[in-house]
Design a protein around this ligand. Structure first.
Ligand code: FES
Length: 187
């Protein structure tokens, strides 16, 4: 006697073709899911990583125009403020002050020094009576040519490149350097 066949048993075993179709459907849905997730996640990750991998100040290490050559008097250090656009992943702020420089004219030559003290970053001023630069924070002094004369600074004032832009105006290449080191190391 044959055992009686349960009619539902056959229905529970999927045909070979169906199994493959189901598998392909799952793979297809998974791919779409990963694609959608990727579309959502990649820009989010990019927006977080972008500021870490890009300069956030346009003008940093770029030429910044400061004015006509006759702005500077012979032999007298003149302080100029440097402006550039500040840009990051979320904001764009135009014409922001990013630093300052002391500019000295000697004949046809212009020399610029960053006002950032190479010791710990205070602002270096010019003492006209003593004819030297000084930093009030820890009393470093610097000669007119930027050399450190006294105090804790381990190097002289940081010289910045002075050039002429396309219109013939004086332009300074602004850079920041590590503080407290004996040599200039751009940051
Ligand atoms: Fe200028 Fe210390 S920060 S002497």
């Amino acid at each position: 006697m044959h055992p009686t066949k349960d009619p539902t048993e056959e229905a529970q075993v999927p045909a070979e073709g169906e199994t493959r179709r189901d598998f392909l459907k799952i793979i297809g849905l998974g791919t779409v899911g990963v694609g959608v997730l990727g579309v959502a996640v990649v820009p989010a990750v990019g927006s977080v990583v972008y500021p870490l991998s890009h300069e956030t100040v346009q003008g940093s290490n770029q030429l910044i125009t400061v004015g006509k050559p006759d702005l500077f008097k012979e032999g007298v250090p003149t302080k100029v403020d440097l402006f550039a656009d500040r840009v990051d992943a979320w904001n764009r702020v135009l014409d922001v002050k990013i630093g300052s420089a002391w500019v000295i004219k000697e004949g046809d030559k212009l020399t610029a020094y960053s006002t950032v003290c190479p010791h710990l970053g205070c602002s270096v001023g010019w003492d006209a009576e003593k004819n030297k630069f000084f930093c009030p924070c820890h009393k470093a002094t610097f000669a007119k040519d930027g050399k450190c004369e006294s105090g804790p600074a381990r190097r002289g004032m940081d010289e910045l490149a002075v050039e002429r832009d396309k219109a013939g105006l004086v332009a300074i290449r602004y850079q920041r350097f590590k503080q407290g080191t004996p040599t200039k190391e751009p940051v």
